[in-house]
Design a protein around this ligand. Structure first.
Ligand SMILES: [Zn+2]
Length: 555
């Protein structure tokens, strides 16, 4: 998702209301964290990820089929989800996540009715004989009123609104809280349905459903239409969703860098069709930039999809959402939309290259943000690139390290605010340390090598090892310093004789190259543990272009 510093916990409005009511009546909401009371609609405690539960560690999710009818008047959903799961160990309990706002009415496993109970935003499914190793098909029937998003896409849920012509317009955002916001699933970033997902969504037939993958069919019965979307690719839970609107589909075809033809489908509100041509042209131009650095568009067997939604964009695989109000800014004489580009970069950095846990989210957000700087380089040259990188450097907060462990919640990671700008600035520094000839091909390898993409996940260590081996340098200290601490390089420039200066790093962690400017000449010098001595009339300037986060003291 796009950078805006989020202040979560927006869903307290209901509680505040209750505080007033409690003066005269007993408030029905007993606890902000009452995870079983269907009347408690405050989900502000909810965040995706964290420690993987043992009951879920034995489940390998293969596929989801979501069949739902959306009742727009009642703002409710009802239907079923089939979870195809490969059990790695025999167990007496299957555990799925679903927020407590829904009522589960029936569950069967391999077509046999089973017992279940719902509490703490979980469904515990049991059978007397237990569940055997191997493939299990779990079918859950349920209904309920989904959480309403207070500040989408940063705080998730459903958004029920109308377009400017008064037509219903519904969007879903669930990155922060997870798929459990509207469908039963194993809600952990370390497990995606490797065989994809299907969505069969029924809506009033005057409306259209935009979804992931391929539109297999649309069937209409009694003023209701069912849109059947199917993706065969592995996909993150938070990308398995749909948007509803009075859409038209603007189409084109994109020829990839490898010469393959991919349909472009833009689900644009009927009222906004005049803007469609420009959005598609921008998308084609952006595709070429992204493919140049990161290889072919990842989902060539399906589509390049875009859906207009009533909130800032999200990286929903093969159906990126966006809302730039059709405003663009000028970069080097080209029209550019940050939101449109950033979300699109996530098709490579999030959807194709996916971090194993929220802990390593800087890979997705930091590199997608760095991709924006590369777009600047392509459209506006070095000046535009440096301007954006300077902004990323100035924006570094350093309140919290970017990598805080191995199993961390989404909330903990995003609340630091540095995974975007500092993540991007880290890539810029890495580029300087190892040089363009190694940096760019290695970055492309990370985005294209089967070991890092699609069904595989990546961690910070994977990225470090790849760049270390490509450069022939042990870059672990550099990665650790930037990603696992909030330190900046602390340097001294000290006059030690006549026109002679020593440059030393006080918190040295590895020899690093620096641009040293002395007597109007700039040279790239490696500073070792013992520091270096430079002859200069005036104190030499260190790293004038700002490739590093540093503090320099002149003595
Ligand atoms: Zn993002």
């Amino acid at each position: 998702m796009h950078l805006i510093f989020r202040n979560k916990k927006h869903r307290l409005n209901l509680l505040k209301l209750c505080t007033l009511v409690v003066l005269s009546f007993q408030c029905p909401v007993t606890s902000a964290q009452d995870k079983s009371n269907i009347n408690n609609r405050d989900l502000s405690y909810l965040t995706s990820g964290g420690k993987l539960l043992p009951l879920q560690a034995i489940m390998d999710i293969r596929h989801y089929t979501i069949e739902l009818e959306v009742n727009i008047q009642q703002q409710s959903i009802s239907g079923s989800v089939e979870v195809s799961v490969n059990l790695l160990k025999k167990t007496d309990t299957l555990l799925l996540n679903l927020v407590h706002l829904y009522t589960v009415t029936k569950i069967s496993v391999n077509n046999k009715r089973v017992s279940f109970n719902q509490h703490d935003d979980k469904i515990f499914i049991t059978a007397a004989a237990g569940f055997e190793i191997g493939n299990q098909k779990v079918n859950i029937e349920y209904n309920g009123i989904p959480p309403v998003a207070i500040k989408p896409p940063w705080d998730g849920g459903f958004t029920w609104t109308k377009d400017s012509n008064g037509n219903d317009w519904v969007s879903i955002n669930i990155q922060g809280e997870g798929g459990e916001m509207y469908f039963p699933c194993k809600d952990h970033p370390s497990d995606e349905p490797n065989e994809g997902a299907e969505l069969k969504i029924t809506v009033p037939s005057n409306l259209v459903v935009a979804g992931p993958g391929l539109l297999m069919s649309v069937t209409t019965k009694k003023n209701k239409s069912t849109y059947y979307w199917k993706t065969n690719y592995t996909i993150s839970n938070y990308c398995i969703l749909f948007n509803i609107g009075k859409y038209k589909v603007a189409k084109d075809v994109y020829t990839t860098i490898e010469g393959k033809k991919v349909p472009i489908e833009y689900y644009v509100l009927e009222v906004d069709t005049a803007h469609a041509k420009k959005v598609i042209e921008t998308k084609i131009r952006d595709s070429k930039i992204l493919e140049k650095y990161f290889g072919e568009y990842p989902w060539v067997k399906e589509k390049i999809g875009i859906a207009e939604v009533p909130n800032s964009g999200m990286e929903h695989q093969t159906m990126i959402t966006f809302d730039n109000k059709f405003r663009y800014r000028q970069v080097g004489g080209h029209e550019y939309s940050d939101n449109l580009f950033h979300e699109y970069a996530h098709e490579w950095w999030a959807n194709k290259v996916t971090n194993k846990d929220w802990a390593h989210m800087w890979i997705q957000e930091g590199i997608a943000t760095y991709a924006e700087a590369l777009a600047m380089l392509e459209l506006g040259g070095e000046v535009a690139y440096n301007e954006m990188i300077d902004g990323h450097r100035r924006g570094v907060k350093n309140k919290k390290a970017m990598v805080l462990g191995d199993e961390v919640t989404e909330e903990e990671v995003y609340s630091g605010g540095d995974i975007y700008g500092k993540g991007s600035f880290f890539m810029h520094g890495l580029r300087y340390v190892i040089g363009d000839d190694i940096f760019f091909p290695t970055l492309k390898k990370l985005a294209t090598d089967p070991g890092y993409t699609y069904d595989n996940f990546v961690t910070t260590d994977d990225v470090e090892k790849l760049f270390s081996s490509a450069s022939g340098k042990d870059l672990k200290p550099f990665f650790d310093f930037y990603l696992r601490t909030t330190n900046v390089i602390d340097m001294n420039v000290k006059e030690i004789g006549f026109q002679k200066y020593q440059i030393k790093i006080n918190n040295f962690f590895m020899p690093l190259p620096f641009d040293i400017t002395a007597n109007d000449q700039t040279s790239r010098l490696i500073i070792p543990l013992e520091g270096i001595t430079v002859n200069s009339v005036l104190p030499p300037q260190v790293d004038a272009k700002g490739f590093y986060l540093k503090k320099v003291t002149i003595q």
